[in-house]
Design a protein around this ligand. Structure first.
Ligand SMILES: Nc1ncnc2c1ncn2[C@@H]1O[C@H](COP(=O)(O)OP(=O)(O)O)[C@@H](O)[C@H]1O
Ligand SMILES: [Mg+2]
Length: 256
């Protein structure tokens, strides 16, 4: 059985400080995983290790069964893993369409020789139009990214993240800074565009977590202390003690 993503005894130290302290995680293809845990627990560092931004101190990262630890971010991206950042990484002076097209062209560029690349421009344009629709920005197609609302920029960022056709998507706090309405709209967008893909997302809003995730990974102080279905995590005494406490009750009370 090959996992979509697998972490084996993953560790990362900065100087003498152990930040990731032996993480094992196995994610099946098509699963949606929410990663929760207190600030400073190591969630973003985990994403940096998976996406190749940081090299692990020890341990293994496997993407579709292939070792990727130690590879460069662009190499890992080409193998089908794409991440978005807490900080928006779109080009402000390009339009919605142009931003998405960059992502699509980049993904075609490495697969084809230049001549085939040119003959694939029509495909790229079609694929880009489809992305514009998928993220619900048809009416903002030709607007410069800088002139979009915050929520629209985040939607565009999701579009850029999936533009290359990656099958494993990492999102770090995608709903940060959004209102409740924006958040619920955005979560349905994320669900919609990641159908059939493997998704790992860091999320603080417990209502969102319980509504979105097939499984929840609880990261506390550089370790995964629980990895299970939302119902099981909710009932896990160790999780309640270590982290969740009242926020679980809140999420339940909110009817999620
Ligand atoms: N490049 C780095 N150098 C040194 N310490 C770092 C670095 N990146 C993160 N850390 C530390 O690692 C810990 C975990 O950070 P982070 O992964 O950002 O946590 P989270 O995303 O869960 O809030 C924090 O104490 C942070 O200060
Ligand atoms: Mg973080």
């Amino acid at each position: 059985m090959t996992y979509s993503l697998e972490l084996k005894d993953l560790r990362k130290s900065f100087g003498k400080t152990d930040i990731i302290r032996g993480v094992d995680l196995a994610v099946n293809a098509g699963e949606r995983i929410a990663i929760i845990g207190p600030n400073g627990a190591g969630k973003s560092t985990l994403f940096n290790l998976i996406s190749g931004r940081l090299a692990p101190s020890s341990g293994e990262v496997l993407l579709n069964g292939q070792r990727i630890d130690g590879m460069k971010p662009y190499e890992i991206n080409r193998l089908g893993l794409s991440r978005s950042f807490q900080i928006t990484n779109i080009f402000p002076k390009l339009t919605v369409f142009e931003n998405l097209r960059c992502g699509v062209l980049w993904s075609l560029g490495y697969k084809y020789t230049f001549l085939r690349f040119l003959s694939n421009l029509d495909d790229a344009n079609e694929r880009t139009e489809e992305l514009v629709r998928q993220i619900g920005l048809e009416r903002k197609r030709d607007v410069h990214a800088v002139n979009l609302t915050y929520a629209e920029q985040r939607a565009l960022e999701i579009g850029v993240t999936i533009a290359g056709g990656a099958n494993v998507i990492l999102l770090d706090e995608p709903t940060a800074g959004m209102s409740k309405t924006e958040t619920s709209h955005f979560i349905s967008l994320i669900k919609h565009v990641t159908v059939g893909k493997t998704l790992l997302t860091v999320e603080h809003d417990m209502g969102v977590v319980f509504g979105l995730a097939d499984k929840i990974a609880v990261v506390v102080y550089g370790e995964v202390i629980a990895f299970d279905t939302p119902a099981a995590v909710r009932a896990n005494a160790r999780v309640q003690e270590a982290y969740l406490g009242s926020s679980v009750a809140d999420a339940q009370g909110a009817g999620h």
